[in-house]
Design a protein around this ligand. Structure first.
Ligand code: NAP
Length: 496
């Protein structure tokens, strides 16, 4: 069934000011249009920002535990509609259904987690150096936040941003990816159903270059929370700096798994297949590099290619499918170009390397799971984010060499090491320059109660999600209050 996705402004679903639309299409079957979507103009963004500004006056004064209760209700509704939303997600984005359900589950987890924050949001009380004076710090909302998200986690990533923003008392203008608007609309609808007052979340659709750019630079926006490519993220960070807005950009990755000679190779194989080809390699945390100790390189490569060759491509709603499509024609072309670059650079194509256009793959954007061996760390396929089912296998001499290789790209999102030696795992944990390190586990598996973010070109600004240093730091400012009840002028640092 084709859906109609309208904008959501000031509590009402509305067409765009111009009446223009665009379509979102099933990447596994391009004959299926998933939704016809409102194409926003600058006037729509202006309306959304004005509605958010108006709603901020009341929402910031709503007690945080009450805000949390609404998020808890949203979590309950999401849980009840998990399957429906998961299926829509597979149709619109392509990932296999179990992963789509995991995407929705992350949003449920984040709703409940941030609902609980409504009863915490703690600041500090600290003694004053002067008598009859007290001091405290309190978290206050930043204001109106722009939330701009990619297509690869169309429910989880918006929820990672919306839930901490809302519980902190901010109002929001949310622009999702043009490739997954129907999933985003369902999430917004659920927040409305949960009891969010009109204008607290506003939702505008349209292209990144027009709607996204106009929103990010809008004078009525106080903070921007962006997830997407490094190129776009750095542009947004620049705009934010010029305009004095708070900003957080979660960006690309070139994540790696180290496999040592003492690793459990069967376990490492499962992690490499899951990390390399899960979500068709389209996770910011995908394991696009395997850095393998030379003593087990050949043996592991044989195991890895044999397992990859068995993977079945197809529609993610079919329970037999291991690997779904990539998102669109542009991405498909880009990935195939990178495969050509790998061959030209002298890497050895072990398996895959082509688009699949036969049988169930005939009407979608499918690429075979692809492995390159004999990859050296300087090659472009070892340094640049491909964002598809392409894995480069690199030989390492020893642990130091492996760590040097992993750290040798401009990115720093996730790394992992498989080893049976606790000392090696400790050295890796200390030396790997990434925001997240996994030991004896793939590069995938973040949980909402910890911060999420990368170093170098993978992250700029604040981490996301929960825990100390997570999303609440992005969506709140500290206000410090000194109260002097001495009845006389007291001078800090001077009265001694
Ligand atoms: P993208 O092209 O950068 O787009 C991300 C979002 O920004 C979309 O909503 C897009 O709108 C919008 N946008 C594009 N150009 C813009 C501009 N000039 N101003 C404002 N907004 C703009 O990224 P993507 O292809 O959707 O996602 C894949 C990338 O996201 C990969 O690099 C991946 O590593 C990264 N990612 C990072 C994380 C993380 O947590 N670090 C998580 C997931 C994904 P349109 O859709 O309309 O173009």
């Amino acid at each position: 069934m084709k859906r109609s996705v309208r904008n959501f402004i000031g509590g009402s679903w509305v067409d765009s000011a111009t009446g223009g639309t665009f379509e979102s299409v099933n990447p596994a079957d391009t004959a299926e249009t998933v939704a016809t979507v409102a194409k926003s103009s600058c006037a729509d963004v202006d309306n959304a920002v004005n509605a958010a500004r108006e709603a901020f006056r009341r929402w910031r004064l709503t007690p945080a535990p009450k805000r949390g209760e609404i998020l808890f209700s949203a979590g309950e509704i999401l849980a009840g509609r998990k399957h429906e939303l998961g299926e829509l997600l597979t149709r619109e984005m392509g990932k296999v259904l179990p992963e789509a359900l995991g995407d929705v589950q992350e949003a449920i987890d984040m709703s409940y987690y941030m609902a609980g924050e409504g009863r915490r949001l703690a600041g500090e009380t600290i003694p004053s150096e002067l008598p009859d004076k007290d001091c405290k710090s309190v978290r206050v909302p930043v204001g109106v936040c722009a939330i701009i998200t990619p297509w690869n986690f169309p429910v989880a990533i918006p929820a990672w941003k919306l839930m901490p923003a809302l519980v902190s008392g901010n109002t929001v203008v949310f622009k999702p990816s043009s490739y997954t608007p129907a999933c985003a609309a369902m999430l917004v609808g659920i927040l409305g159903e949960a009891g969010l007052p009109a204008g607290v979340v506003n939702f505008v659709n349209g292209s990144g270059e027009e709607t996204g750019d106009y929103l990010a630079s809008h004078d009525g926006i106080d903070a921007i929370s962006f997830t997407g490519s490094t190129a776009v993220g750095l542009g947004i960070a620049k705009t934010a700096a010029e305009k004095g807005k708070k900003v957080s950009c979660e960006m690309g990755g070139k994540n790696a798994i180290i496999i040592m000679d003492d690793a459990d190779l069967a376990l490492a194989l499962e992690g490499a297949i899951w990390g390399g080809f899960g979500t068709s390699g389209q996770r910011c945390t995908s394991s696009s590099r395997l850095v393998v100790h030379r003593a087990v390189y050949d043996r592991f490569l044989d195991m890895f290619s044999a397992a990859a060759k068995k993977m079945r491509l197809g529609n993610g709603l079919d329970g037999k499918t291991d690997v779904g499509p990539v998102i669109n024609a542009h991405q498909m072309e880009r990935i195939l170009k990178y495969i050509g670059v790998g061959t030209e650079e002298g890497a050895k194509l072990v398996t895959g390397g082509k688009a699949c256009r036969e049988g169930v793959c005939g009407r979608g954007y499918f690429i075979e799971p692809t492995i390159f061996s004999e990859v050296t760390p300087e090659m472009r396929i070892a340094r640049e984010e491909i964002f598809g089912p392409v894995v480069s296998v690199i030989r390492a001499e020893d642990l130091d060499d492996a760590i040097r290789i992993v750290n040798g790209t401009p990115y720093g999102l996730v790394s992992s090491i498989y080893t049976g030696d606790v000392n090696k795992s400790a050295i890796a944990e200390r030396e790997l320059d990434t925001g997240i390190v996994y030991i004896n586990s793939s590069t995938i598996g973040a949980e909402v109660q910890l911060p999420f973010g990368g170093t170098k070109r993978s992250g700029f600004g604040h981490e996301e999600a929960g825990g100390r240093g997570g999303g609440l730091d992005m969506f709140t400012k500290w206000k410090v209050v000194y109260r002097d009840f001495s009845g006389r002028l007291q001078k800090a640092q001077i009265d001694r």
